[in-house]
Design a protein around this ligand. Structure first.
Ligand code: PAF
Length: 280
């Protein structure tokens, strides 16, 4: 696996592979790779002939009081995992490479960017769509891989790639969970042992909603009340949002149907966690 540090190096390497007729897969990440990222890289390596994993802790998607400075960084372990799962190149640009002096162009998906996580984290999705646009423009991949855990991000990026006519197919891979059900996240390392137990309330709420839907319950008011009651059983957890939405528009729905997303975000101590399931 080769290390690419500049956009020029990335473009040159990708163009060479495209000239050889190889398909390109891109797995955008912020590093601190775990089994969830591993599943994205494996999927890319299965579908594509040349796989680039980008590793960039993107400052523009963090709010002023968020965890940019302390976001976990584990470069050596990330290189090992990416190579093992089949990445051909790891793109690790410096901040000045992605945002050179005077950079003044941002990409924003209006409306969608202010829902779910976008409502609690103003400006977050503008940072995500800007950096993903840069990565797609530089790498011009046939396919780009994202995890369902960031379901609102998926909705925003789907809309962006459609609206901006990117030829890239977005591939969404299932949530990967720890044995106890906790959705894997690079931020799980922030949790103390007690918080780790409290955090299980999120996946428990997701499972309760899935079980109700499997038994025929479709009404949002019942599903959301059940989820809230389940989360309330864990007093140390602070709900950010509990929503039943159309996954494409992120608009609330009254009845779960095909394409409905149940999504939850909550604070456990200082750590904000998310989880979701497609129901209906
Ligand atoms: O999902 C993430 O890790 C980030 O939001 C992404 C897509 C790599 C953009 O920085």
């Amino acid at each position: 696996m080769e290390l690419l540090r500049t956009i020029a190096e990335l473009q040159q390497r990708v163009r060479q592979q495209q000239a050889r007729g190889l398909s390109i897969g891109l797995v955008p990440t912020m590093g601190a790779l775990h089994a969830g990222h591993a599943s994205l890289i494996r999927a890319a390596a299965k579908d594509c002939e040349y796989v680039v994993v980008s590793l960039f802790v993107n400052p523009t998607q963090f709010g002023p009081n968020e965890d940019f400075a302390k976001y976990p960084r584990s470069f050596a372990a990330d290189c090992e995992l990416a190579a093992k799962e089949g990445a051909d190149a790891l793109f690790t640009p410096a901040v000045e490479e992605m945002y050179p002096e005077g950079a003044a162009t941002f990409v924003e998906v209006e409306g969608l960017s202010n829902r779910l996580d976008g409502a609690s984290r103003p400006g977050h999705f503008r940072g995500v769509t800007t950096v993903v646009t840069k990565l797609l423009a530089a790498a011009q991949p046939d396919r780009a891989y994202f995890g369902q855990k960031d379901a609102a991000q998926v909705a925003v990026l789907r809309r962006m790639t459609r609206d901006l006519c990117f030829g890239t197919e977005l591939v969404v891979c299932p949530i990967v969970r720890d044995v106890d059900g906790l959705a894997l996240s690079s931020r799980n390392v922030y949790l103390t042992a007690d918080e780790r137990k409290q955090a299980l309330a999120l996946s428990r709420a997701v499972r309760r909603v899935e079980a109700l839907v499997a038994h025929g319950e479709r009404k949002a008011e019942v599903l959301l009340a059940t989820a809230r009651a389940s989360l309330a059983a864990e007093p140390n957890l602070k709900i950010d949002y509990v929503e039943l939405v159309n996954w494409a528009t992120l608009e609330p729905v009254k009845v779960a149907e095909a394409g409905t997303l149940f999504a939850v975000a909550a604070w456990v101590g200082e750590t904000r966690l998310i989880d979701n399931a497609v129901v209906g």
